[in-house]
Design a protein around this ligand. Sequence first.
Ligand SMILES: [Ca+2]
Length: 354
Amino acid sequence: MQARERPYGIFDDHADIGSPKRVGLTLGILLLIVFSMTGLVMAEERKAIESIEKLAAPVTFTAIHSEKLKFDKPVWLTPVPGLTDASVILEHRTGKAWLLHGIGDSARKTLFADWGEGVTDGPWEGLMCLAFHPDFSNNRRFFIKHESLIEGQRHTVIVEKRAAEDLRTDSGELSKQLLAIKQPADNHNGGTLAFGPDGYLYVAMGDGGPQEDPKGYTQSGQSFLGKMLRLDVDDVAEGRAYGIPKDNPFVDRDPDKWHHEIWALGFREPWRFSFDAKTGDVWLGDVGQVRYEEIALVKRGENHGWNVREGWTGFKDTYQREGEVYVEPLLSYTRHLGASVTGGYVYRGERNPT
Ligand SMILES: [Ca+2]
């Protein structure tokens, strides 16, 4: 099954999605909180976590470079496949990507790319993420996500690029836009794109802003906003820049009503997510409106509730659909325990036992 034919490129998510008489939820938080929730009872009426027990032993961190090495608002770091001892660090607002060579006091940096000219610079807009293709060391393909002005209109774009043969810089040879998603406001643009263990590219999109998702984009199948998307960048459909995986959950739905790229929905500002290296599970931090931050375990086809649900409580019923199942977050905590949740990784090592 394929989505209806349409040229890849710019998608206008501001189309009138109708007024449903529809009765139709960030990780500096680490796994500390995730582990601390072990033993929580899944009950119908749950209250957000109000307190968290201290760990028996504090988590320790090791500096990956000296204080002399400076980065301007670094927002993402990822190792470079095919290179030993090298990572890429993205600068949020300058649009620059740096290669960090080595680790510790002797680490140094060289410029991987400067995409600043095409990247919108704002407190919530900028260069968000970079994902290397699973076979990057052979095909040199990688993907970036950032905000961009297209004919004066703000968009979030997913762009494919190719590294130089030594894998240490962007070659500049290729810049293929997979998606350009129109943004109603400068915030809530989502953060991560990453390849799953299935080889598909997952993209987390926020509700677009500005606050409370007033147009109901998150619950609409006609919008990319508030969604986890899943794209096939290897088996590319004719006339498109990507393919739709055959087992994406909504491929059997009317393509005029549901984008077939959607893998899960109901997110407000899914900033960082990661795959559990052992189980493949998707762990995601979703920034709350005012009251609750959320950590979610996301599975195929799930609706995580925003803006009908926030945390473990109701938020607004405007876009609620009758019979719709809203998946609750694994963990919901109030702001006095921390600011906007980021995301994190499942840790099974022994250096920092909990
Ligand atoms: Ca936005």
